[in-house]
Every structure is written in C-alpha cells, then in structure tokens.
Ligand binder design. Structure first.
Ligand code: GUN
Length: 306
C-alpha cells in the first residue's frame, strides 16, 4: 500500500519556517510582510479561502489587508484599488481571488498588479520569467506540489514527471518548475491519445484536471509518487465531500506514495502564498531571498536604509 503524503503537516512546517523568518525580520528592523487579498462578490467558497488566507497571514506575524467588494463593482473601481495597493509600501503581496464576476476581465486585473507584488505568480512577467527558467514569483499550487514531492523523494533530478492537465494555474507552471528541478517532463491533456499509457511512464504523476476519479490504478507505474491536485465538491448538505482526480482506493495499491484529498495539496497552497509574500517583502527591501540565506547571514540582517 502507498504511503500517504501529509500535506497538512508539511504546510504547518512551512508556516512555522515563514513565521521564524518574519520574527527574524522584525528583530532586525526589517519589514513586516503585508498581504492584501481582494474578493469581488459573495461566492461562499472564495469567501472561505480569502478568510483563511488572512487568518494564516496573521498567524505567521504578517499584516493582512482584506478588501471585500460587492459583485457589482465596476472594473475601473477594482483597477483603482489595485493601483492604490501597488503604491502602498505596507503591502508586499496582492492577490485578487478568482474567479471574478463576468463583467470584469481577469487579464486586465492581473496585468495591473505590480509584478513584484504578484504573489499568485499570474502576471505575464512572472509567467515569462518562470517559462524562461529565471527568477520571478511562481504560482502557489505548483510550488506546493514541488515541496510535497521533495518531502517524499528528496532530489527530483532525472525523474520522469508526467503532468496531467495544462491549465495556466497548475499544469503549465508546474511543468516549468519540474524542468527547473531537472526532471524529464511530459504534459498530458484532454487531446492526448492514450493518456493512461502516458501517465504510466511517470516516476512522478501529478493529476490536475478537475475530473473526479479519472486516474485509475492502471494509469500509474508501480511505486510512483502521485500528487492529486484536483478538488471537486460533490453532493449537498451532509453528503458534501471533496474528491480528487485520483481514484485513491485503487491507485493506493499501485503507487509508492499518494497525497490525500483533502489534506494534500490544498493546505500547501496557502503556506506557499505566505512564503511568496515573505520573498516579495524581502526583495522589495533589497534583502536576499529567505531560503537562499545561510544561517550565519541571518544574524547580520539589517534594514536596507541603515
Ligand atoms: N482561485 C482558485 N485558485 C486560486 C489561486 O490560486 N489564486 C487566486 N487568486 N484565486 C484562485
């Protein structure tokens, strides 16, 4: 039977690392990282996500700014708010919760966010930087997948990774991140012929298509590490449940390790958002990225204006 990869525990550990770094910045007169979350409309799931992002930001010692606007908010008003947040030095990260109401063009909104504050990694400059193998801010769910894979496998170099799904939020950026880790990467999608055969080649298989139970046991190489990104809400009331893209009952008999839904990738996304906010704050203040800093350097961190 496969090992379950515990995303909740990994996310808690990452939040503790972020909280340590936030404390260290504070102890050396550095910035207090600030995260602004913007919600337009009253979609209940989005309200829960935005509230949770704010709670977790405060828990790790960051400032949280929540802007909840009515569904009727004109696009121009949202653009003005983004311009204000772009100028605000206490805001280091901006995220606009998607989806937006139909009268608002998400591209125009994403393009308006200062790329240095784009902690979702959706701005074209960050997308381009990631695709080119450079430094930018990468999207949080793919970052969470990489961390979960590394927690189980260590080095990813030379592994054949199959990504099922080519979305802008998960599949495409994840393929770039896996390449950065020196994996051999295959992307399978809705037009791939014989996707089961393609998926079966992966030492790593990441399913991110939003089709409940699509991945069956015969889609998985024996001993593979399987990451289930898909989250679909099924049922109503008491029978409501979240299901992934992977049929866990049969895949767990073939895979070496598997992430559960819920409790796998989901918790990692918010933890990676906090980490991106920390990185953004450090960069905006001319400080080195937190994960690149050697322990000895941490002791000599000073405010950029000193
Ligand atoms: N809606 C669903 N996933 C995401 C995400 O990662 N970021 C934002 N901003 N909205 C989302």
């Amino acid at each position: 039977m496969a090992i379950w990869i515990d995303g909740k525990a990994q996310a808690r550990a990452l939040r503790e690392t972020v909280a340590d770094e936030v404390r260290r910045l504070g102890a050396h007169q550095g910035p207090v990282p600030g995260l602004a979350a913007v919600l337009v409309g009253d979609d209940p799931a989005s309200q829960v996500y935005v509230r949770r992002k704010g709670e977790h930001a405060r828990e790790v010692g960051m400032r949280s700014f929540e802007h909840c606007l009515p569904a009727s908010t004109p696009q121009g008003e949202l653009l003005s708010l983004i311009a204000t947040l772009n100028r605000d030095p206490s805001v280091h990260g901006i995220l606009v919760q998607l989806p937006l109401p139909a009268h608002i063009d998400p591209e125009a909104i994403i393009d308006a966010i200062d790329p240095a504050k784009d902690v979702d990694g959706f701005h074209p400059l960050n997308v381009g930087a990631l695709a080119a193998g450079g430094e930018g801010l990468a999207p949080c769910t793919p970052l969470g997948c990489i961390r979960l894979l590394q927690s189980h496998l260590g080095e990813l170099t030379g592994k054949h990774a199959v990504v099922l799904g080519r979305s802008r939020i998960v599949g495409r950026p994840l393929a770039s991140l896996l390449l950065r880790e020196d994996c051999t990467v295959t992307v399978a999608h809705s037009k791939t012929s014989n996707p089961a055969k393609v998926c079966r080649q992966g030492d790593i298989l990441v399913a991110a298509v939003g089709q409940p139970g699509l991945v069956q046991g015969d889609w998985v190489k024996a001993g593979a590490t399987v990451i289930d990104v898909g989250i679909t809400r099924l049922g109503d009331g008491d029978s409501r449940r979240l299901v992934g893209d992977v049929d866990a009952a049969c895949v767990s008999r073939v895979a070496g390790a598997l992430t559960p839904v819920p409790g796998g990738v989901g918790p990692m996304t918010i933890a990676c958002l906090l980490h991106n906010t920390l990185i953004a704050a450090c960069r905006q203040h001319g400080l080195p990225d937190p994960h690149d800093r050697a322990p000895s350097e941490r002791l000599h961190l000073t405010h950029p204006h000193e």
